[in-house]
Design a binder for this molecule. Structure first.
Ligand code: ZN
Length: 60
């Protein structure tokens, strides 16, 4: 059985297109509603920034 080719759920980049093995390892897989989703390293970084950006101003 072959797993479907992981692609970034944000930018649609294919993990198979990753030439650097370390970059391929940096891909993040998450499960949402039982569905496996992937984020490329760039989008994973932006995703974290999005979460931090949602913190209320008074937090700082
Ligand atoms: Zn991406």
């Amino acid at each position: 059985m072959t797993a479907p080719e992981p692609t970034c759920s944000r930018c649609g980049r294919a993990r198979a297109a990753e030439t650097d093995p370390l970059a391929a390892l940096a891909w993040v897989s998450t499960k949402e509603n039982g569905e496996q989703r992937w984020l490329c390293p760039d989008c994973a970084r932006n995703h974290v920034r999005d979460i931090e950006g949602k913190l209320p101003d008074e937090y700082w």
